[in-house]
Design a protein. Structure first.
Length: 309
């Protein structure tokens, strides 16, 4: 039988890219991390991780298991929180979130949270600025990316993927790039000083696009690339529905962009989250845990077209 802590350890190692980083985040020794991973691989009868010069990398079996592991952990967390629902959630919840994600996905979650808990007051701040949770007295923040080591307590909700996208009209006029190096001859849509990264380890590649249109708003970039101004790299939570609708084409699928994560972070202590933060985390897991809807919609389109997800 799978041990949830072994599964959680595997996901943390896969997310952080190494045993040392995972040991620091989980406050465990590297030897304990290794024992948990070995026990999990023995239970599954498959090698999940391969050591590289830069840390560890997922095997094919590991990549497959990771998706199921995140769904398993999300379900366990939601079940644990559901059992504890007898206590009424009250007070004021101050939460910060990235602007684009807040406007497109988090607003409906916070609205539902307010309906579920009538005595809970919610104050949301949507900005791409990284807030100081302790200094600015936020109860929690939604973060997207790779978390830097800190004293904050983080709960991963979902994996965030990104894709290279362009409108069918742009591709018809300018051609379709076949490899990342081809992007140098195309117009780009992106944030100022943005770098597009492909692959990992020794084969990692960084591209600095020639941005014809720049903006610090994800929604502005989505509108620009959909209109045919150029090629962009966007998170699937922004562009997934446009891909599913055929408004954007997904390019360079054989050259994956490193995944990021969607997290709820909060101040310490690690072993005690306030009920209001637990309620937020539970609802985030219900909405986005496992395979988020923004990925499911365009994955379904790719499957219908006979492509491999």
């Amino acid at each position: 039988m799978l041990d949830l802590e072994d599964v959680r350890t595997f996901v943390e190692v896969a997310e952080s890219g190494g045993l040392t980083q995972a040991a620091r985040r989980l406050d465990l020794s590297k030897s304990m991390i290794s024992r948990r991973l070995s026990r999990l691989e023995d239970e599954l009868g498959a090698q999940l991780l391969a050591r590289t010069t830069r840390g560890v990398a997922l095997t094919e079996a590991g990549a497959t298991f990771r998706r199921h592991a995140e769904t398993l952990l999300a379900g366990a967390e939601a079940a644990r929180a559901a059992v504890a629902q007898g206590e009424e959630v009250t007070g004021r919840l101050r939460v910060a979130a990235p602007l684009s994600f807040g406007a497109t996905h988090l607003s409906s979650v916070l609205t539902e949270l307010a309906h579920r808990h009538p005595r809970l007051e919610i104050q949301a701040s949507f900005s791409d600025r990284v807030v100081d949770l302790v200094g600015e007295r936020f109860d929690a923040a939604i973060r997207i990316g790779r978390l830097a080591d800190s004293s904050l307590v983080a709960r991963k909700i979902a994996t965030i993927a990104a894709g290279v996208v362009a409108s069918p009209g742009y591709l018809a006029a300018h051609g379709t790039p076949q490899r990342p190096e081809d992007l140098a001859s195309h117009a780009a849509v992106g944030q100022p000083d943005e770098v597009w990264r492909f692959g990992s380890g020794p084969r990692a590649l960084a591209i600095r696009p020639k941005a014809r249109f720049q903006a610090d708003s994800g929604q502005a970039l989505l509108a620009a690339v959909t209109s045919g101004l150029g090629i962009a790299v966007l998170p699937t939570f922004l562009c997934g529905h446009a891909i599913a609708a055929g408004e954007l084409s997904l390019l360079l699928q054989d050259h994956p962009i490193p995944e990021a994560g969607l997290y709820v972070v909060r101040p310490p202590p690690a072993d005690h989250a306030p009920r209001k933060v637990q309620a937020l985390t539970q609802l985030m897991l219900e909405h986005f845990g496992g395979e988020p809807s923004w990925d499911a919609c365009y994955m379904a389109r790719k499957a219908a077209e006979g492509q491999t997800p």
